[in-house]
Ligand binder design. Structure first.
Ligand code: PEP
Ligand code: MN
Length: 338
C-alpha cells in the first residue's frame, strides 16, 4: 500500500504517518516528489488497519499496490528516479555511456583504456577486478590489486568507476573504490548480496540474469530498495534463447516494459547481449532508440590481447564512432548525450 499525502501536507504530517506505520509493525518508505509526498507501507498488508492511517491529518488516500514489487513500481513513484553517480546523473534527460575493458589486467592497460574513454567524452569507466567466469579455469580477476589499479586510474583521470562485487564479504572493500557497484547476471538472485547492498549508500547496477522474467528482475531490485538503498540502476544484458548466432539474445523489449512499470533507470549492455564486437554499434543504436538511459560497453585498447571478452570489446576507434552515433540518436529522440 502507499499513502498519498495531500499537497498541503507538511513535514510534521509526514512524520506522524511514518510513526503510525512503524507503531503498527510495518516499515515506512518516504518518497518526496515535486508534487507531493507518498509513503510506502512495507509488510504483510492483510494485517493493516487502514483507518488508523487514513484518518491522520493531510492524508489524501491509501492505495494498494497490486504489483509484487512495490518500491520499484511506478505506482509507488510515478516520476523517474535519477541516480547521481558522484554528480553524473543517470535516468534524467541525458544519456550516459559507461565503457572500459571487461577485466582489470594491469595498470598500463587501465590507464590506456581510461585515456581512450576520456577522449571519447565518457565519464564512467568500467573494469572488473572480481570476475564471475563460467569456467573455474578462466582468469578470475585481479581482486584487491585490481581495485587499487582502479583507484589510481580514477585519481589520475577523474573518471568515475563501475566494478563488480560478487560476495557479501567484499561489499565494504569494493564500495571503498567503486562509484557504482555492479551485480552481475549470475548474482541477480543472490538475496543476501542484494540485502546487504541495500544497506550501503552508493549506486548499484543490477544486471538481469539470463533467465529472469521482468517480475523477477524488479523483485531483485526490490531487495536492494527495501533495505534502504534507493540508488538502483537496472541493466539488460541479454537472455538465453534458442538463438545460437549470438552469445545471448538482447531483449530490448524490456526497455519500454521497464519504463512502463518502474521508475528506475535502465541501461543496456550490448557487449554481453551479443557477444560480438561488430554487433555492438547497431544494437547500441537500437537500445538508445528504444529509450534506454545509457549503455555499458566493453572496450579494450588491444582486444586481441584481452584476458576476457576480447571478442565482444570495441576497438578504440569504434568507441569514438559509437559516441558519434549515440549523439545522433539522442538528438533524434529529444535527449542529449552526456
Ligand atoms: C561483465 O560485465 O563483465 C559481466 C560478467 O557481465 P554479466 O554479469 O552480465 O555476465
Ligand atoms: Mn565481460
Amino acid at each position: 500500500m502507499i499513502v498519498l499525502m495531500k499537497h498541503e501536507a507538511v513535514e510534521q504530517d509526514v512524520q506522524r504517518v511514518v510513526e503510525r506505520i512503524e507503531k503498527l509493525g510495518f516499515k515506512a518508505n518516504v518518497s518526496k516528489g515535486v508534487e507531493r509526498t507518498v509513503i510506502g507501507i512495507i509488510g504483510d498488508e492483510r494485517f493493516l488497519n487502514k483507518d488508523q492511517i487514513s484518518l491522520l491529518p493531510n492524508v489524501e488516500n491509501i492505495i494498494p499496490i497490486l504489483k509484487p514489487y512495490k518500491l520499484a513500481s511506478r505506482e509507488f513513484q510515478p516520476t523517474d528516479s535519477v541516480i547521481s553517480v558522484d554528480g553524473v546523473l543517470v535516468g534524467g534527460s541525458e544519456i550516459v555511456i559507461m565503457a572500459g575493458p571487461c577485466s582489470v589486467e594491469s595498470e598500463e592497460q587501465m590507464l590506456e583504456s581510461a585515456e581512450i574513454v576520456k577522449k571519447a567524452g565518457i565519464k564512467i569507466l568500467r573494469g572488473g577486478a572480481f570476475k564471475p567466469r563460467t569456467s573455474p579455469y578462466s582468469f578470475q580477476g585481479m581482486g584487491k590489486e585490481g581495485l587499487k589499479i582502479l583507484e589510481k586510474t580514477k585519481r589520475l583521470t577523474g573518471l568515475k568507476i563501475i566494478t563488480e562485487v560478487m560476495d557479501t564479504t567484499e561489499i565494504e572493500l569494493v564500495a571503498e573504490y567503486a562509484d557504482i557497484l555492479q551485480v552481475g547476471a549470475r548474482n541477480m538472485q543472490n538475496t543476501k548480496l542484494l540485502q546487504n547492498l541495500g544497506k550501503i549508500k552508493k549506486p548499484v547496477l543490477l544486471k538481469r540474469n539470463y533467465s529472469a522474467t521482468l517480475a523477477e528482475f524488479l523483485l531483485s531490485a526490490e531487495y536492494i530498495l527495501s533495505n534502504g538503498n534507493d540508488q538502483v540502476i537496472l541493466c539488460e544484458r541479454g537472455i538465453r534463447t534458442f538463438v545460437e548466432y549470438t552469445r545471448n539474445t538482447l531483449d530490448l523489449n524490456i526497455v519500454p516494459a521497464i519504463k512502463l512499470l518502474s521508475h528506475l533507470p535502465i541501461i543496456v549492455d550490448p557487449s554481453h547481449g551479443t557477444g560480438r564486437h561488430d554487433f555492438i554499434i547497431p544494437m547500441s543504436r537500437a537500445a538508445l532508440a528504444a529509450g534506454a538511459d545509457g549503455l555499458i560497453v566493453e572496450m579494450h585498447p588491444k582486444p586481441e590481447e584481452a584476458t576476457s571478452d576480447g571478442e565482444q570489446s570495441l576497438k578504440p576507434e569504434k568507441l569514438f564512432q559509437l559516441m558519434k552515433e549515440a549523439d545522433l540518436i539522442a538528438n533524434a529522440i529529444g535527449r542529449t548525450l552526456l
